[in-house]
Design a protein around this ligand. Structure first.
Ligand code: G
Ligand code: G
Ligand code: MN
Ligand code: NA
Length: 252
């Protein structure tokens, strides 16, 4: 309850910020885009982890307003970057947002206002997201895909993974959870699983992002096994937009 009031205040008083983490095309080492992540710095208590405040924002419905704010901020920043290089931005969608009537219209309006083309926007959803209200969610996902937006399944392999979603949802990207990426390279225990996810995703025409890439050994294994993109501390931590602009100038 306390956190809820503080979060309302944060939204009203500009305490929320967007950080960006690079997502790299593994074959070339070039930055293909960024994941936008919400950050909150409380004037008294300092940084509050999204692990704490995102669930509160979801439960209270504040995620709808703060999520729309983040999407517009991230779209405007990315459109500014695109004058130099054709990057995309990937934004997390909470279940609550996905169930909001008129989400696709709202997203379309944000694209129009910021000038970001639909091809410059990826939206990440989790598998648990569409379990609650599959009909509404599926309809919304189809509307978003029809706009030309790229949809991603986030944290793949954890939670309520269902293989049928891989085929039934209009997604183009599968993001393999960091829990599995940690265990690849040097004969690590998760190599068979990651190989299988890559084969299955590619057979369905999806591209694959490995999350949480921290070492060159992991990167080399992922590249050798045909993974399309990597994201993680090896390439860069989430940082303010100004700090990522420099990263765009070079291949990693
Ligand atoms: O960035 P970090 O690892 O601290 O984020 C922790 C969790 O919070 C992750 O699961 C991430 O997806 C989620 N998260 C971060 N920013 C947003 C956001 O803007 N919207 C939603 N729905 N989740 C976010
Ligand atoms: O659930 P989601 O994938 O959106 O969460 C992304 C979160 O993962 C971010 O909060 C980010 O801080 C964290 N993260 C990103 N890269 C790495 C990494 O290489 N290692 C670890 N431990 N966490 C990471
Ligand atoms: Mn994500
Ligand atoms: Na993830």
């Amino acid at each position: 309850v306390e956190l809820e009031g503080a979060l309302r205040g944060a939204l009203a008083h500009g305490q929320l910020a967007v950080h960006y983490q690079p997502l790299v095309h593994l074959a070339t080492g070039r930055v293909d885009g960024f994941e936008a992540l919400m950050r909150w710095t409380h004037p008294e208590f300092g940084p509050v982890s999204p692990v704490e405040f995102i669930p509160v924002a979801e439960d209270t419905g504040l995620i709808v307003e703060s999520g729309a704010w983040l999407l517009e901020e991230a779209a405007a920043q990315t459109q500014a970057w695109r004058s130099g290089s054709p990057v995309h931005v990937s934004v997390n969608l909470a279940v609550r947002q996905l169930r909001e009537p008129g989400l696709a219209d709202r997203v379309r309006e944000i694209l129009e206002r910021t000038g970001l083309p639909a091809e410059g926007l990826w939206l990440e959803i989790t598998e648990s997201g569409f379990m609650e209200d599959p009909d509404t969610c599926l309809r919304t996902l189809h509307e978003l895909a029809a706009l030309g937006i790229t949809l991603c399944i986030d944290d793949f392999g954890t939670g309520y993974s269902s293989l049928s979603y891989l085929q039934r949802l209009p997604v183009a990207i599968v993001k393999i959870d960091r829990a599995f990426v940690t265990g690849v390279g040097d004969g690590g225990p998760d190599e068979p699983i990651v190989r299988a996810v890559l084969a299955m995703s590619h057979a369905l025409g999806h591209r694959v992002v490995a999350e949480g890439v921290e070492t060159a050994v992991q990167r080399d294994w992922l590249r050798a096994n045909g993974c399309d993109f990597g994201q993680g501390w090896l390439y860069g931590k989430p940082l303010a937009a100004a700090d990522q602009t420099a990263a765009l100038q070079k291949a990693i």
